[in-house]
Design a protein around this ligand. Structure first.
Ligand SMILES: C[S@@+](CC[C@H](N)C(=O)[O-])C[C@H]1O[C@@H](n2cnc3c(N)ncnc32)[C@H](O)[C@@H]1O
Length: 270
């Protein structure tokens, strides 16, 4: 599911390169920056086997996914002291954004979990383009919007451990958009219960006047209480973003789906 999130993130950041003027990237739930695929927890769940590993071994890779793979390999080689044949590290959203940021772009990242935040601060120690805050990401929306660049992207990627996470996001968005109505916002979510996701769509459609593009990719049919796939709601999507993502989603679905189950969509929310 991280592959879909991070490929979409790269597509969104790439759209900001259409203008030379600087942008600000705000990551409300940033994580630790990168993940050790050889750690006890990663080797136990082996989530990467159904994600990045499938992508690495796939053929006819679209240009956008190639950029993603180059980024993963670049960061992996930089972090890895040994010459691993297999992947050792997987970069998270702030590192991916940092990889693509130009010298005049800026990154703000919030992380609430103290240890994760410490790790994140260590990752970016001495980097003047990145500001890390030990802060609730939803408070970060109030604190950092609008950025002085008036161009950029907000990624909202909470852990969804709290059953109220969807409603917390839906309540925060009108406040954020009131502060910065032209920003691009990408909200990632798991697709477990179809009804829960549809309730979220209705709620954001009712409260926001901006265009909202929905991207969904599922690798299982609609199994109840099961992680069937993930989605991203993109508020103020870049020009022709739907057309950019359709062929990429098609390729990702063919590569990631289990026995060709599930499917993919990209459409404007009405
Ligand atoms: C899904 S992970 C983020 C992954 C990251 N965005 C990436 O793509 O690599 C969610 C993170 O949010 C943190 N978190 C949980 N609640 C938070 C909150 N209210 N504000 C900021 N961070 C929070 C968790 O500690 C966790 O590291």
């Amino acid at each position: 599911m991280d592959v879909v999130k991070h490929v979409t993130l790269i597509a969104l950041i790439s759209s900001l390169f259409r203008k030379e003027t600087p942008f600000c990237y705000i990551d409300t739930h940033a994580g630790t920056g990168y993940y050790d695929l050889l750690s006890a927890s990663a080797t136990k769940t082996k989530e990467y086997v159904g994600g990045i590993e499938k992508i690495i071994h796939a053929e006819h890779v679209p240009a956008l996914v190639q950029r993603y793979l180059e980024c993963v390999h670049h960061i992996n080689n930089r972090l890895s002291s040994a010459n691993y044949a297999a992947l050792h590290y997987y970069p998270g959203s702030p590192m991916i954004a940092r990889h693509f940021a130009r010298p005049h772009d800026r990154i703000i990242a919030c992380e609430l979990q103290p240890e994760d935040c410490r790790e994140l601060k260590n990752t970016f120690a001495g980097d003047t383009q990145v500001a890390i805050h030990h802060l609730d990401g939803f408070l970060g929306l109030k604190a950092f919007l609008p950025p002085h660049e008036r161009r950029g992207l907000v990624l909202i990627d909470p852990p969804y451990e709290d059953p109220d996470e969807f409603s917390r996001i839906a309540k925060s968005l009108p406040i954020a958009l009131k502060r910065w109505e032209t920003g691009i916002y990408g909200i990632w979510y798991p697709i477990k219960e179809k009804r829960q996701v549809e309730r979220f769509y209705r709620s954001i459609r009712q409260t926001l006047s901006q265009p909202i593009l929905i991207i969904e990719l599922t690798i299982y049919p609609d199994l109840p209480s099961h992680l069937n796939g993930c989605g991203m709601a993109i508020i103020n999507p870049p020009w022709q973003f739907e057309q950019t993502m359709q062929p990429v989603l098609s390729w990702l679905w063919k590569t990631l789906a289990i026995d060709q189950q599930g499917g993919y969509k990209a459409y404007l929310l009405k």
